[in-house]
Design a protein around this ligand. Sequence first.
Ligand SMILES: NC(=O)c1ccc[n+]([C@@H]2O[C@H](COP(=O)([O-])OP(=O)(O)OC[C@H]3O[C@@H](n4cnc5c(N)ncnc54)[C@H](OP(=O)(O)O)[C@@H]3O)[C@@H](O)[C@H]2O)c1
Length: 265
Amino acid sequence: MFRCWPSARALDAFPKTGFSMARLKNRIALVTGASRGIGYRTALALAKEGAHVLALGRTVGGLEELDDAIGTEAAEAGGSATLIPLDVTDYDALDRLGASIDERWGRLDIFIGNAGMLGGLTPLGHIEPKTFEKVLAINLTANWRLVRSLDPLLKASDAGRALLVSSGAARSCKPFWGSYAISKAALEALGKTWAAESAASNLKVNLVNPGPVRTAMRAQAMPGEDPDTLPPPSEVAAAFVELVLPSVTQNGALYDVPSRSWKSA
Ligand SMILES: NC(=O)c1ccc[n+]([C@@H]2O[C@H](COP(=O)([O-])OP(=O)(O)OC[C@H]3O[C@@H](n4cnc5c(N)ncnc54)[C@H](OP(=O)(O)O)[C@@H]3O)[C@@H](O)[C@H]2O)c1
């Protein structure tokens, strides 16, 4: 059963006005995979810009930690959170999520499709079918189900912004990264199609390649790598915030964080 509750602190903090530096004051932002890593830092960074963040993930402890951090670091800017403990492969719950957002706010200003799974590095012929299907379900199908659920809400915003988190793997197609690379290449096709379909609206849909980032997923992929050689997720999160501001004009493009440049997707 889908549960969506604002913490007492979140309700206290929302809405607040009068913080001129907060560029996302009173904007409603959904971040999937907000319980750790890049998504956690992105949710916190959005809240520090004054957004009310709908933070989705399975690990309640991680979401509660985020809520605490938002209460400490973002309340002054008017930032707050609603925690959504949910598995993105619970597709019926994603439908209900759209209905709940519609009922409560009537719109969604920002959607960051970040939740993802690596699925292990294995030759194509040796990937367990269940693993392949799970990677596709989380990295691709869940985002399409969220498009179905959220598109009208994003178009109800005066400046809806959607950002789908891809990977360099979508294009490099390195050996053994098969299920992950395939899921991200298909996610890029999803994003480009959605952007083309939204061209006549206020909604801008873009993709982002974070590059290698110091997270649990990267450590799983590259266990021998020194994490201190990689940028922390907070650095990438700061870039993500710039990609969902109302001032963004790109649509259907891919932003490459390592080179700090837009690529035509
Ligand atoms: N780190 C990198 O170097 C790198 C590079 C390129 C692209 N990326 C992409 O960046 C995004 C974030 O990755 P990360 O490095 O931050 O990974 P991470 O630390 O493993 O975090 C993944 C996040 O996704 C959530 N998630 C996974 N399965 C889920 C499910 N079924 N339902 C709901 N949430 C789910 C996890 O939360 P729960 O487990 O609590 O559900 C967690 O919050 C991913 O899309 C990844 O592919 C990362």
